[in-house]
Design a protein around this ligand. Structure first.
Ligand code: SLL
Length: 173
């Protein structure tokens, strides 16, 4: 196991969420204990190398050649809040009523010899607005008309002095 000294290699990622207001017919299908839920959201880690014709946020390319597992730690109001995803898509979809901060733990493939990194994302449900009234009092009817709310962050995973075999894996993708 030899490290290649002086080499730094970056992999662009995005992480974040999209949220939509639940339609009345979807709300009606929720079990009674979840009847206070207002939104459906997806939190995800994706490649930032997006194909130009993509309608989704982030690339379709598979990050599993360097990502072994992504663990999303949800708010403790969720059952089994620690959700580990071992294959793409690295995402969790849930319904809920409130915004909160999710801890996102990235674990790399064994060949990397790396410990993993943690990032944080605030699950955004309500539309971006500069109107303080609206910010305090989200209007679900208006939000439903405005469409999906997106909140994404760009980042780069940086590997310094990678092991030779891991470097081979990275560059062959
Ligand atoms: C707030 N600090 O008070 C935040 C907490 C919690 C979000 C938001 C539902 C979980 C369940 C849910 O949306 N939790 O299924 O009970 O706004």
């Amino acid at each position: 196991r030899v490290r290649v000294r002086g080499v730094t290699i970056h992999r662009p990622i995005i992480y974040g969420n999209v949220a939509v207001v639940l339609a009345p017919e979807e709300k009606a299908l929720l079990p009674p204990n979840l009847s206070d839920h207002t939104h459906r959201w997806t939190v995800a880690v994706r490649s930032a190398a997006s194909p130009p014709d993509s309608n989704t946020v982030g690339g379709a390319d598979d990050l599993s050649y360097f990502l072994k597992r992504v663990t999303f730690k949800l708010h403790e109001t969720y059952p089994n809040p620690s959700r580990s995803i071992d294959k793409p898509p690295f995402e969790v979809t849930e319904t809920g009523w409130g915004e909160f901060e999710v801890q996102i733990r990235l674990n790399f493939v064994t060949e990397s010899g790396e410990k993993g990194i943690t990032c944080y994302h605030h699950i955004k449900l309500h539309p971006w607005t500069l109107n303080p009234e609206e910010a305090l009092n989200p209007n679900l009817e208006l939000a439903a008309k405005l469409g999906p709310v997106h909140s994404w962050q760009y980042d780069e995973v940086v590997f310094n002095d990678p092991f030779q075999n891991f470097l081979n894996i990275l560059v062959s993708h």
